[in-house]
Design a protein around this ligand. Structure first.
Ligand code: HEC
Length: 105
């Protein structure tokens, strides 16, 4: 029946879209584009933050504290990222990238 294949395609599309949430590679691109001017984000350059801006490597070490703060950064004043075009999916991707910065234990 034709509607079965439509349902299957929709289910696969939904699954595909879900799988993209928390994509570290996309997060890395977003960070390089939007956050890098203030936050250190590349482990090769750990001190490249402006002023007292916390580095993303630091956040990676303190994820219990920072996970929620990363996901809510655009909804809490006065952080500048509120003025950027950043969706919750973008923040999930950024969080996925920051998770890759976690040092091996
Ligand atoms: C113009 C500089 C600037 C840019 C660009 C910037 N930040 Fe920040 N960020 C800061 C400063 C300064 C702080 C520390 C003060 C504060 O918490 O607002 C900070 C703090 C944070 C914190 C910790 C906030 C908290 O509640 O402790 C997170 C998470 C964060 N930034 C994420 C991001 C992300 C994600 C981006 C890119 C989408 C970004 N920032 C872009 C300057 C910037």
């Amino acid at each position: 029946m034709w509607w079965r294949s439509v349902a299957l395609v929709l289910a696969m599309a939904a699954f595909g879209a879900r799988a993209e949430v928390g994509d570290a590679e996309k997060g890395r691109e977003l960070v390089a584009e939007m956050c890098a001017r203030c936050h250190a984000w590349d482990p090769e350059y750990p001190w490249a933050s402006i002023g007292s801006t916390p580095s993303f490597m630091w956040m990676a070490r303190k994820l219990d504290f920072y996970r929620e703060r990363i996901l809510s950064v655009t909804s809490r004043p006065p952080h500048i990222a509120q003025r950027f075009d950043v969706s919750i999916e973008d923040l999930e991707n950024i969080l996925a990238y920051i998770e890759t910065l976690k040092p091996a234990e």
